[in-house]
Design a protein around this ligand. Sequence first.
Ligand code: COA
Length: 260
Amino acid sequence: MSYKNILFEIKNHVGLITVNRPDKLNALNGETINELEDVFSSIKNNPEVFVVVITGSGEKAFVAGADIAELNKLDVLSAKEFSEKGNRVYRMIETLDKPVIAAVNGFALGGGCELALACHIRIASDNAKFGQPEVNLGIIPGYGGTQRLARVVNSARALEMILTGDMVSAEEAYRIGLVNKVYPQSELLNSTFDLANKIISKGQQAIRLALKAVKATDNMSLVEGLNYEASLFALVCGTEDFKEGTVAFLEKRKPQFKNR
Ligand code: COA
């Protein structure tokens, strides 16, 4: 599939997705959501991609939300489909077995904030602004904001953002745990790639199982999660990378992981 609204390239095992509608501040229209669905399905089956980075085109916005011109046409039936579709695509991102890092380079509003929330790690530029401004439009978040925001920051913070529609700065987002790190805008992509490359330098079997185990906390009790961790721990101890990692330590050399 060739894309109209996103760019996709693979650079040394990093799949870089850029939402590319800068004249509309990268707002997500239906076509862009379809393209994201397609690119994430292809990434899932592409052994070349170890880590995904998603960002927005230009210096102003990551994604300024769902496309309000399309939102405006929704009725009760089509709104349900709209929300379910977005949730399905964002859930694909959240459950991808490869780390997905949001490089938030400006406004991350509504569906844009929700997109960042569906990613596993969020890195922001110093000009980034986060918000769930749906109430300003007479609606509520429809791509998971009411659920994920309260899980990432605390419920009172999430409610403050959702009920007021106010934006928070990158600095404030860092303070409340909404983003992992903040960099000057000129350094955002390089710093995000440094992080991606650090993850890529590890054994990928361990990376994927660690991701799977941590994401399991979404729907498991502590006891179920501990049992699940034990089974994944056993699995990873059957890999060549486990032997290599431990032998390399004992031989005081760097491991050469083969991702097997
Ligand atoms: N959907 C559709 N178009 C959008 C958009 C969105 N979510 N966000 C921005 N755009 C468009 C604007 O309509 C404008 O298009 P135009 O040049 O054809 O008129 C263009 O992007 C630039 O936006 P503009 O509003 O002129 O930039 P700004 O710097 O003055 O303001 C924002 C930036 C982000 C504060 C403002 O665009 C905004 O509030 N956007 C909507 C955010 C929102 O409510 N998102 C949640 C949707 S559920």
